[in-house]
Design a protein around this ligand. Structure first.
Ligand code: ADE
Ligand code: ZN
Length: 327
């Protein structure tokens, strides 16, 4: 392995983590037992064996099934508190955490239950571990615009408890334009805006995330290199890409990590960052993402490591004074 001590020790921000994707199989089973639910898997090992994905959708099916054990505020608290403790061990100083409320409200869990549990975990982790964190509400793009508007309506009483909105779930066939009006409303509300684009979907989805949704960062964005004009746009505006190497590997976006384009993104002048996406499902938290992509791509240097950490703070939505202190 290359640069392992530097990669592990350097302070970093994590900007692309789905909290439901941090739910480890052990916690899925513990929560199922606590909540009196029966899972269609015999044990933790059987569940883990099902984590063999061929593309984004094959992952999402099992990810939503795993999240169905979350019922009570304490469940959301325990999940987020465990992630933040794990992230602090990887020297994450600041995390901006996605959550998917529609996955829960569709099962009868209230928005208040979801947000209060997650928010309390963020507060306690700051006090007990010194890690800062914020929440970003994601709309599920396979659902309708109407459903997204209803979700925003339910979240409005808790506007002080999340800093922005994102767009996730099945990308291809659900272009950003579908959510133009919801994002315009979120913008009026003063929320930060991000969206998954160019994970499996084409460069055109990145263009429309920027021009139609007016997002400030692109989640994934690895397909951008297919479009030279788009690369120039992303570089000139320093639009950050929240890249997730192990996710890309496990969802077969790249055939192996040696083929990952992280180095090419950096060399093109793009503000790439490294993140874990859904670490319980993809085999590694943020430091494993750094270690494995640096091991597989020997062109990545110590200077690149420093740049990636720098980019993560620069692209975060933390107050400018705090960003300057970290950088
Ligand atoms: N939800 C959780 N992880 C995701 C990913 N990598 N892409 C789209 N939606 C997601
Ligand atoms: Zn993601």
């Amino acid at each position: 392995e290359r640069l392992p001590a530097l990669l592990a020790a350097m302070p970093k921000a994590e900007l692309h983590i789905h909290i439901e994707g941090s739910l480890e199989p052990e916690m899925i089973f513990a929560l199922a037992q606590r909540n009196g639910l029966t899972l269609p898997y015999a044990d933790v090992e059987a569940l883990r064996r099902a984590y063999a994905f061929s593309d984004l959708q094959s992952f999402l099916d099992i990810y939503y099934a795993g999240a169905s054990v979350l019922l009570h505020e304490q469940d959301f608290y325990d999940m987020a508190r465990a992630y933040l403790a794990r992230a602090a061990m990887d020297n994450v100083a600041h995390a901006e955490i996605f959550f998917d409320p529609q996955t829960h409200t569709a099962r009868g869990v209230s928005m208040e239950t979801v947000i209060n549990g997650l928010h309390r975990a963020c507060q306690d982790a700051q006090a007990e571990l010194g890690i800062s964190s914020s929440l970003i509400l994601c709309f599920l793009r396979h659902l309708s615009e109407e459903d997204a508007f209803a979700t925003l309506e339910h979240a409005q009483p808790f506007l002080g408890r999340f800093i922005g909105v994102g767009l996730d779930s099945s990308e291809v066939g659900h272009p950003p334009e579908k959510f133009a009006r919801v994002f315009a409303r979120c913008r009026e509300l003063g929320l930060h805006l991000v969206a998954h684009a160019g994970e499996e979907g084409p460069p055109e989805y990145i263009w429309s995330a920027l021009d139609v949704l007016k997002v400030e960062r692109i989640d994934h964005g690895v397909q951008a290199l297919r479009d030279a004009a788009l690369v120039r746009r992303l570089a000139s505006e320093r639009i950050a890409l929240t890249v997730c190497p192990l996710s890309n590997l496990k969802l077969c976006v790249f055939p192996d990590l040696a083929q990952h384009n992280l180095k090419r993104l950096l060399d093109a002048g793009l503000a790439a960052t490294v993140n874990s996406d859904d670490p319980a499902y993809f085999g590694g938290y943020i430091n494993q993402n750094f270690a494995q992509v640096f091991a597989a791509v020997p062109e990545l240097t110590a200077r690149d490591a420093w740049q990636l950490a720098h980019n993560s703070f620069a692209a975060s939505f933390a107050p400018e004074a705090r960003k300057r202190a970290w950088q």
